[in-house]
Design a protein around this ligand. Structure first.
Ligand SMILES: [Zn+2]
Length: 245
């Protein structure tokens, strides 16, 4: 049930089958010379949409913008502050709550530490304010299982590498450009750097040459299955709560 494609009456009907929503989150940020900048939000939205075909669950319109740190200096990256992201998430969740949604899966295709911290902060505040809600704050890693780990051949693959390139090869092959070689930047930790591009020329962190469409199709299937399972368990939580109260 894709909320923006439903009518208001369809939404009310949908509430009879589930009070769970997946909110896709991501970023518009550089993904190397070969992947589109909406890689994170695009794949999260697609996987949420596919999961909603397997179990009754709403999918909210995607929240395109995220908190981008290491990619912020690359042309085209459009980031927002943590406070802005928290405000958007709180407003969207409160609006959905007002209409009867009680279980929220905040699923982010972008896993930056500050970005995830902002989502956790928003969820913590919302859970404290509304005691009849449940939240899951997840990114792709939370949907990994042993089958998915077995597909990955590259080590230290975190950005525009084997994993993300495979996903986009499966979901939108026309958007994948010529694959660049592997790269793994070295930042002078614990020092913070002013211009991340000075330490990171390619924008790739991992090995895109290990990607394939076949791997991507299997990855999409696994992520979808595990997200659907999570939505199902949120739905069942609803039933338990209803029975005991
Ligand atoms: Zn990404």
């Amino acid at each position: 049930m894709i909320i923006e494609k439903m009518t208001t009456f369809g939404f009310s009907e949908g509430l009879k089958t589930t009070k769970t929503v997946i909110v896709p989150l991501g970023s518009i940020e550089q993904h190397g010379p070969h992947l589109p900048m909406h890689t994170d939000i695009f794949h999260a939205t697609e996987i949420a949409r596919l999961a909603s075909q397997m179990v009754p669950v709403f999918v909210a319109p995607p929240i395109n913008f995220g908190v981008c740190r290491s990619t912020a200096d690359f042309p085209g990256t459009i980031g927002i502050r943590s406070d802005t992201l928290i405000s958007i998430v709180v407003d969207v969740v409160e609006s959905l709550y007002r209409h009867g949604i009680r279980r929220f899966i905040l699923y982010s295709g972008h896993a930056g530490a500050n970005h995830m911290a902002a989502l956790l902060s928003a969820a913590d505040d919302l859970m404290a304010a509304y005691d009849d809600t449940d939240f899951a704050v997840i990114n792709d890693l939370d949907l990994f299982d042993t089958e998915l780990f077995k597909l990955l051949e590259a080590h230290n693959d975190s950005h525009a590498g084997e994993f993300e390139t495979s996903l986009i090869m499966a979901l939108a092959p026309d958007l994948v450009g010529k694959l660049p070689p592997a790269d793994r930047p070295h930042f002078p930790r614990p020092l913070l750097v002013r211009n991340t591009r000075a330490c990171w020329k390619s924008g790739v962190w991992g090995d895109p040459t290990m990607a394939s469409r076949e791997k991507g199709e299997r990855m999409v299937a696994i992520l979808t299955r595990n997200l659907a399972k999570m939505a199902e368990s949120m739905n069942n939580q609803k039933k338990k709560t209803t029975k005991t109260s």
